[in-house]
Design a protein around this ligand. Structure first.
Ligand code: ADP
Ligand code: 5GP
Length: 214
């Protein structure tokens, strides 16, 4: 009997990581980025103001609303959404650059963006980072100290709405202890890289070779 070959022609990994604000997704993603530099971080565009430690072009491309809206009209985004009152989007160019220069791309985007990326590229893998509790989520968001009170409240109020969409993701990583959670996220990436479909071309190429002389 012939094994069915997964039609995906490439071993390129599209990895989406989402979570409520404060759950630890940036912390986990930055560890993943330093350990696996061939997984290129997708730098989104946003109309949000930069935080003190953020650098334009590294965390985000910080953009005004007029530029963002022009990019929407020009079809420059693979996905975009309004999140916590600001616009965020992944440009097509960002994905193309990763396809040319890396083995995969890491999207730190919300569930609305995840849905759009999955619709365009169904082979994308979604990981939802869950805090151990809502109380701990609040402690972390407040402890980070990056948002003013209205923004903190807006983000906490949005948390349940985001957790509601957990069923849309392929994996859930509970970020209780950071070391354990990072181990889980890393394991997901390594397992995904071993998926049969990602190696179909290599298998087929070997099978197509002439008789091996021993
Ligand atoms: P997100 O990107 O999801 O908004 P961050 O990565 O910025 O979240 O994390 C929010 C805060 O929680 C940061 O101050 C971070 O250092 C802290 N944090 C992340 N993971 C853990 C953890 N497992 N235990 C305790 N604190 C954590
Ligand atoms: P923050 O302002 O804390 O950096 O991000 C707020 C939320 O916006 C997070 O849930 C983050 O994942 C999401 N986000 C960041 N970039 C994008 C993007 O390009 N598209 C979408 N849909 N969401 C994004």
């Amino acid at each position: 009997m012939q094994t069915e070959i997964d039609p995906r022609p490439s071993d390129f990994l599209l990895l989406i990581v989402s979570s409520p604000s404060g759950a630890g997704k940036t912390t986990l993603c930055s560890r993943l980025r330093s350990e696996l530099p061939d997984l290129r971080f997708s730098v989104s565009h946003t109309t949000r103001r930069p935080r003190p430690n953020e650098v334009n072009g590294r965390e985000y491309h910080f953009t005004d609303a007029a530029t963002f809206e022009r990019m929407i009209r020009e079809g420059a985004f693979a996905e975009w959404a309004r999140v916590h009152g600001n616009l965020y989007g992944t440009s097509v160019a960002e994905i193309e650059a990763a396809r040319t220069n890396a083995r995969g791309v890491l999207f730190d985007i919300d569930y609305q963006g995840a849905r759009q990326i999955k619709a365009r590229m169904p082979e994308a893998v979604g990981v939802f980072i869950l805090p151990p509790s809502l109380a701990e989520l609040e402690r972390r968001l407040r402890g980070r100290g990056t948002e003013d009170e209205p923004t903190t409240l807006r983000r906490l109020q949005a948390a349940k709405g985001e957790i509601e969409h957990y069923g849309f993701f392929d994996y859930v990583v509970v970020n209780d202890d950071i070391e354990r959670a990072y181990g889980d996220l890393r394991a997901v990436v390594l397992a995904e890289r071993c998926k049969r479909g990602r190696h179909a071309l290599l298998c087929e190429r070997m099978l197509a070779e002439g008789k091996v002389v021993t």
